[in-house]
Design a protein around this ligand. Structure first.
Ligand code: UT7
Length: 329
């Protein structure tokens, strides 16, 4: 009997309608379109403006689209893994809230926090439940309402992030397609350079923490850049070597979108030309956990069975990694 792998059998995404342009940011902070474009590659991002809507609501839109496309119902889902740093609430998990909203009565699930690498960590975790034979339909969701934790008076961070969410369905495959290999890493010393200072058990919310704007993303961009540019390139090259993939064998690089310069360095290290690199940073910015599934969603029509994809990310923690996926449809 052939080995069972976990194949992505469907992908869908959702981004809010509101477009936050560089021109609008110029009115909020001391920045300009030219600086943002040349230093990051970002032109615009989407923002979830509607009051009362949270990360799980983007999940409802994306998952309902996926279920329809795949021709299954919410009751067919056995496990939901929701990668996010902006859960609706600290608890219960957004996986619980999403399951309730879509009516997934037979699923269990949990949230997974690994910042910008969260979708990769969730994909690897979900794949194990398929490979073991425990489950036949696992939903892996990645998304964030970053606008809920971004300080729109801080030009170091507000120009980068946007809101969005994507999801994939994992099912068993006996043709050798799906999640083939992964290299995933953490280094907690990186917490000093990218974090949210207050709101957790270390520093619960007080009037003072709110006044000090400590519930927003803090980033020492230069230091994070330095680690990201080497970290993402290194694991991406390693996963190619380990699987005997030459640059010709790799059909697509699916990189986290934090900065176009980090993506370029990764592609260069892998020996890939620009045409093999999926890019959505120009129109979505950095959507944290949403980035990689949103790329797969946007590129779905171009993907072919047997294509070799290297998914690669770097984020807060630090967390980083690369996952080798053979496209299944
Ligand atoms: O997704 C999670 C992981 N995150 C990342 O991977 C992000 C990694 N970091 C980055 O992408 C970049 O560091 C940033 C895009 C955040 C910043 O770009 P940079 O090239 O590292 O800029 P910098 O912080 O070194 O600042 C260069 C200059 C400074 O001015 P001086 O000191 O040279 O006069 C900044 O004050 O640019 C200034 N600056 C800005 N100017 C206009 C910083 N932010 C802005 C801005 N608009 N928004």
């Amino acid at each position: 009997m052939n080995k069972i792998t976990a194949a992505i059998t469907c992908v869908h995404g959702y981004v809010p309608e509101y477009v936050l342009t560089n021109a609008e940011l110029e009115k909020l902070v001391d920045t300009n379109d030219q600086w943002i474009t040349t230093r990051t590659g970002i032109k615009e991002r989407r923002i979830l403006k509607t009051p009362g809507l949270a990360t799980s609501d983007m999940g409802v839109e994306a998952v309902n689209g996926l279920l329809k496309k795949r021709g299954i119902t919410a009751d067919d889902i056995e496990l939901i893994i929701f990668a996010t740093v902006t859960p609706d609430m600290v608890f219960p998990s957004s996986a619980c809230i999403l399951a309730d909203k879509i009516g997934a009565k037979n699923a269990w699930g949990f949230d997974l926090a690994a910042a910008c690498s969260g979708f990769l960590f969730a994909l690897e975790t979900g794949a194990k439940f398929i490979e073991s034979g425990r489950h036949k339909k696992v939903l892996v969701v990645g998304g964030d309402k970053m606008s809920s934790i971004i300080d729109y008076t801080d030009r170091n961070t507000c120009i980068i992030f946007g809101d969005g969410l994507g999801c994939v369905l994992l099912e068993p495959n006996d043709e050798g397609n799906g999640v083939i290999d992964s290299i995933l890493k953490i280094d907690g010393n990186g917490r000093h350079f990218l974090h949210q200072k207050a709101g957790g058990s270390l520093k619960p919310p007080t009037h003072e923490t709110v006044d000090a704007r400590e519930h927003f993303v803090y980033q020492d961009g230069k230091t994070v850049f330095k680690f990201a540019v080497t970290g993402m390139a290194e694991v991406s090259a390693q996963i190619m070597e380990r699987n005997n993939l030459s640059s010709n064998d790799v059909t697509w690089l699916v990189p986290h979108q934090a900065n176009l310069r980090i993506i370029d360095a990764t592609a260069q290290r892998m020996g890939l030309s620009n045409e093999k690199v999926m890019i959505n940073i120009d129109h979505f910015g950095n959507t944290t956990n949403g980035t990689i599934p949103l790329l797969l969603w946007e590129w779905e029509n171009k993907l072919k069975k047997g294509d070799n994809l290297v998914l690669s990310a770097f984020g807060g923690g630090f967390t980083w990694g690369a996952v080798y996926v053979k496209w299944a449809y």
